[in-house]
Design a protein around this ligand. Structure first.
Ligand code: IPE
Ligand code: IPE
Ligand code: MG
Length: 258
């Protein structure tokens, strides 16, 4: 198990929780069985991240593209979400975790959206950690939606095209509310981004593991954090200039250093 220096934690960890289906199929079970076990892994990892003091954890729970899976699998995933938005309430409140969500949430069925909104409202005052669920999320879709908003502001005369910079676009990206991703983990053996946080993860350190998501637990998270802490983050600079970048960045600290 990797050693973790709690004084140099990433500020924002994002996870592509992949491999539920294969985990279940390897046991002769339907894919939905893997999703149910995957939800247990979410609890373990969320607890471990909170205990360590990681300020922001973003989990890819359902992509915009996942709507095209077989209807019974989509229904099972929505049912699981609804169930856990009720059953995990005490877990969030006892640990002072604020729940947030990103994605085209209007596409979720009403029962899921209502439970989500209730739990987000009921945990809005907590600052122990922000847990963001990416639901019906796609990074390209998020950028398209943001660009449409900016285009509308230009068309109405409230925004000058020449005034658009990175910060203008970033302000329209809900995924950036907790800042850029420092560490991006993907379980399940694939080494791809699958449309997750293209803007926020632009300078993320990537950690790929063959472990399937239901097998991922606190120790797997410690291993990923330990590997992260052995990386040198450069942000386009040369090594001598980027000593400050080795430590986890306070938001905006690199910009200030520059
Ligand atoms: C990830 O596991 C969970 C979701 C995408 C909802 P998968 O369901 O993609 O599992 P594999 O990759 O097919 O094993
Ligand atoms: C990414 O996994 C989406 C989630 C983990 C929610 P997928 O299984 O959908 O991604 P691909 O199809 O392997 O790229
Ligand atoms: Mg998959």
């Amino acid at each position: 198990m990797g050693l973790v220096d709690v004084s140099r934690l990433p500020q924002h960890v994002a996870i592509i929780m992949d491999g539920n289906g294969r985990w279940a199929q390897a046991r002769g079970q339907p894919r939905t069985f893997g999703h149910a076990r995957g939800a247990d892994a979410v609890r373990d990892v969320m607890r471990a991240a909170r205990r360590l003091g990681i300020p922001a954890l973003t989990l890819y729970a359902f992509s915009e593209q996942n709507w095209d899976r077989p209807q019974d699998e989509v229904d099972a995933l929505v049912d699981l979400l609804c169930e856990h938005l009720v059953s995990e309430r005490d877990e969030l409140t006892d640990n002072e975790i604020r729940l947030s969500a990103i994605g085209r949430l209007h596409k979720l069925p009403t029962r899921a959206r209502e439970r989500l909104q209730k739990l987000m409202a009921d945990t809005a005052q907590y600052d122990g950690m922000t847990l963001t669920l990416a639901l019906s999320y796609g990074g390209r879709e998020e950028m398209v939606d943001a660009m449409r908003t900016l285009a509308e502001r230009v068309a109405s005369g409230t925004l000058e095209p020449t005034a658009i910079d990175s910060a203008t676009l970033e302000n329209e990206l809900a995924s950036m509310n907790v800042g850029p991703v420092d560490l991006l983990i993907r379980t399940g053996g694939e080494q791809r981004m699958s449309n997750f946080l293209p803007w926020g993860a632009a300078y993320a350190e990537l950690h790929f593991t063959d472990e399937l998501w239901p097998d991922f637990g606190a120790n797997s998270l410690y291993d990923a954090l330990s590997a992260y802490q052995n990386r040198e983050r450069r942000f386009g600079l040369v090594p001598d200039d980027c000593e400050a970048a080795k430590a986890p960045l306070a938001r905006g600290s690199l910009e200030r250093a520059l």
